[in-house]
Design a binder for this molecule. Sequence first.
Ligand code: AMP
Length: 191
Amino acid sequence: MRFLIMGPPGAGKGTQATAVAEHFGVPAISTGDIFRANVAQGTPLGVEAKRYMDAGEYVPDSVTNNMVRDRIAAGDATDGFLLDGYPRTLAQVAELDGMLNDAGHELDAVLVLTVDREAIVERLLKRAEVEGRADDTEDVIRRRLEVYAEETEPLVSVYDERGLVVAVDGMGEIDEVQGRIFAALDARTED
Ligand code: AMP
């Protein structure tokens, strides 16, 4: 399985990605997590990424694409992966198409978590209290949602036209959402 998980910030992508990846026996690759790990270690990539992340903006494609190219070429991803948080721009879609094409692979599905916009800000503010993420202040949250709507939401129709989208209601308890995701993906992979 080579697939993506998409949804606005606060949709619970990260939590669900880990469970779904485990279910299908592939690594969950989160660009946000890779950036945060680099920030924590103070690497040059982390220093560069932090400026954008703290403002709720996207890290430039030039940085992000190379990072993903290296990561999906790693040994544990040769038989499949679940990408969480990439691609986020149309240019990244084209880049990922190129990477997969070079390796003779294709995407199997794009899992889209749908959410109630109003509930999201509340969910993110709660997470900010618990995790203390620097990009979880109210202004930055609103900017991240704006950037998502402008840059990333259009990707859903691009993948929908390719017949890849599996949309799942992301509202509710974690287990409940997980159950919906497994049912939807299992139905699809049995086809
Ligand atoms: P996430 O944990 O997926 O919400 O990502 C946290 C932050 O990392 C985002 O707000 C961006 O600043 C940055 N980021 C993660 N993935 C990407 C990407 N594919 N393109 C650009 N920036 C990204």
